[in-house]
Design a protein around this ligand. Structure first.
Ligand code: 5GP
Ligand code: MG
Ligand code: MG
Length: 188
């Protein structure tokens, strides 16, 4: 938990996110055109806004389920040990599955989640992440679809938090601390 003062600089606007989701939805529809029903799995909690917008843009029969994996605590660093905290409610064996993640950073979370769900023998298992930080990768992992590649900066908004705050921002922004003279905005 941080009580250091910070400001949020917009990195990706709500309009850009919406436009990108439309493009991604058309690609996902093409991939799953023959599906009887797609199981869209959101990774809690960071993907809840993204999955809500994505499913409303998908012209396919969908079911929505959620999985929670531990990654970040409240600190700005990634934990390598990924645990499944909350399992799916539904069965995915023989089903078409799309896992929806907010950010791929080191790659540990998605590698673990894909193995965990893949072991249940879905018919097709695809993944989508809104944001990807390729510079931070520790294990090779590439989602089937990526919204935006971003630099190695801590981001918030559009479902993504900083110590459980800022998830309700409609855009993606970067956190900048203003008590550090180096980071402080220039005086005007
Ligand atoms: P990975 O296992 O790929 O290192 O971690 C992925 C998870 O770390 C993401 O799902 C997200 O919860 C968290 N994460 C990575 N980068 C950021 C970031 O810039 N801001 C926030 N709030 N969480 C992040
Ligand atoms: Mg996450
Ligand atoms: Mg988090």
């Amino acid at each position: 938990m941080s009580s250091r003062p910070y400001v949020i600089d917009q990195l990706i606007s709500a309009k850009s996110i919406a436009a990108r989701i439309e493009e991604l939805a058309r690609e996902i529809e093409a991939e799953f055109v023959d599906t009887d029903k797609l199981v869209v799995v959101g990774l809690l909690r960071g993907s809840f806004v993204f999955i809500a917008d994505l499913v409303r843009e998908l012209h396919l029969p969908v079911e929505v389920d959620f999985l929670e994996a531990s990654s970040y605590g409240n600190a700005m660093k990634s934990s390598r040990e990924v645990r499944i905290l909350k399992d799916l409610r539904g069965e995915i064996e023989g089903r078409d599955v799309l896992v929806v993640e907010d950010i791929i950073d080191t790659g540990h979370t998605m590698t673990r989640v894909a193995a965990f769900l893949g072991a249940r023998n879905p018919k097709r298992l695809r993944t989508i992440c809104l944001l990807d930080k390729p510079a931070r990768r520790e294990v090779a992992y590439k989602a089937s679809w990526t919204g935006f590649e971003i630099p190695d900066k801590f981001v918030v908004g559009y479902g993504i938090d900083f110590a459980q705050r800022n998830r309700n921002l409609p855009y993606i922004g970067t956190v900048r601390f203003i008590d550090d003279p180096q980071d402080a905005p220039e005086a005007v």
